[in-house]
Ligand binder design. Structure first.
Ligand SMILES: [Zn+2]
Length: 193
């Protein structure tokens, strides 16, 4: 376990060196939904796709729901890190009362979440791999953490209402509209580590 973590640190440093021009924001992912490491990696890569063109890179810190990884995370997650909770069905009702919500971002905090069961249903309906839709919802909720509750747009990843057709279209055109782009830059510069 320690050896694996050490490798992670090396790669993290390497990535920082390669992308030194980009604002790098730490995102701690707390997985309560029991995703596989491969699914988590794919979801993180998907979320990153929407921010890379804006010059924003995420430094993902994967935290488990139980045991030593959570304890380790408490030590390595910086105060300004953004937090994504991946929630199973049984925890969804406690997080939001909106029955159709795919995710949530608590206003005035760095905490957001993805409702994995609903995202999985949408992925099946859209015939897309689950990690893709999970990553897209992560990207949307990270957008709220960076831009606020009123960050919805008529186009791009910050569209408010997602259907199976819409989600296919959003994936084909990963972008932030111009006004969101400017605010993203400012916010990212403030919280980047
Ligand atoms: Zn939203």
């Amino acid at each position: 376990m320690h050896a694996r973590r050490f490798v992670g640190v090396i790669f993290g440093t390497l990535a920082l060196g390669l992308a030194s021009h980009a604002a790098k924001i730490q995102v701690a992912v707390y997985d309560y939904a029991g995703l596989t490491t491969a699914e988590l990696r794919a979801a993180e890569a998907e979320a990153g796709r929407y921010y890379r063109p804006e010059g924003i890179e995420f430094d993902w810190t994967r935290c488990g729901a139980h045991g030593w990884r959570e304890i380790t995370c408490a030590k390595v997650v910086r105060p300004q890190a953004l937090i994504i909770n991946l929630l199973p069905q049984k925890m969804a009702a406690r997080a939001t009362r909106d029955a159709d919500a795919l995710g949530f971002a608590w206003s005035g905090t760095h905490i957001a979440g993805v409702l994995c069961a609903r995202a999985t249903e949408l992925a099946e309906e859209a015939r897309m791999p689950r990690p893709q839709v999970l990553g897209m919802v992560m990207a949307h909720e990270l957008g709220h953490l960076l831009l606020g509750a009123g960050a919805h747009e008529h186009r791009g990843i910050m569209v408010a209402h997602w259907t199976a057709d819409r989600v296919v279209l959003l994936r084909a055109q990963p972008f932030f509209v111009a006004n969101a782009r400017r605010r993203l830059e400012q916010e990212a510069a403030q919280i980047a580590g």
